[in-house]
Design a protein around this ligand. Structure first.
Ligand code: IDP
Ligand code: MG
Length: 150
């Protein structure tokens, strides 16, 4: 089953939106298989956002993501990567549709509340950056047959 990494970014935690963000992903039917609060350091931030090294916003992005604790979670489900991206909305809240997390809760691209992996391959790399195997649970969900057809 596909997994994706979610980060409730510092602004989401500071603004008390952690529960709202996780609730939307849970209510969708995605299954949370790991979750914790951490304070990302510069090294971890640089690894997570390595693809953006050298871009004009990189330094600001590293400052932002390391500025305060975050909540990291792994969600699992059918097409979990794209499902979370759909719920998160466009990177820039100006372009994010109402009803999405960024569309409903954000104003600025540099304060856009949530991270979601952009491909199953990157999800696997990111999950390994943030979670040890023992921190992820394979748990039987009693409502599964009301959420998944198979
Ligand atoms: P994504 O989070 O939707 O995948 P990316 O393009 O991968 O978007 O960018 C990673 C993060 O970097 C964004 O979520 C946002 O926090 C930040 N970011 C991207 N572009 C800009 C920018 O132009 N100014 C400030 N921050 C940016
Ligand atoms: Mg991205």
């Amino acid at each position: 089953m596909e997994k994706t990494l979610v980060i409730v970014k510092p602004d989401g935690v500071q603004r008390g939106l952690t529960g709202d963000v996780l609730r939307r992903l849970e209510a969708k039917g995605l299954k949370m298989v790991g979750m914790k609060m951490i304070w990302i350091d510069k090294e971890l931030a640089s690894r997570h956002y390595a693809i953006h090294t050298g871009k004009a916003f990189f330094a600001g992005l590293i400052d932002y993501i390391t500025s305060s604790p975050v909540v990291v979670a792994v969600f699992e489900g059918r097409a979990a990567v794209q499902m979370v991206r759909n719920l998160a909305g466009a990177t820039d809240p100006l372009a994010a549709a109402p009803g999405t997390i960024r569309g409903d809760f954000g104003l600025e691209i540099g304060r856009n509340i949530i991270h979601g992996s952009d491909s199953p391959e990157n999800a696997a790399t990111e999950i390994a950056l943030f979670f040890r195997d023992e921190e992820l649970y394979e748990w039987p969900r009693d409502t599964e047959r009301w959420i998944s057809e198979g």
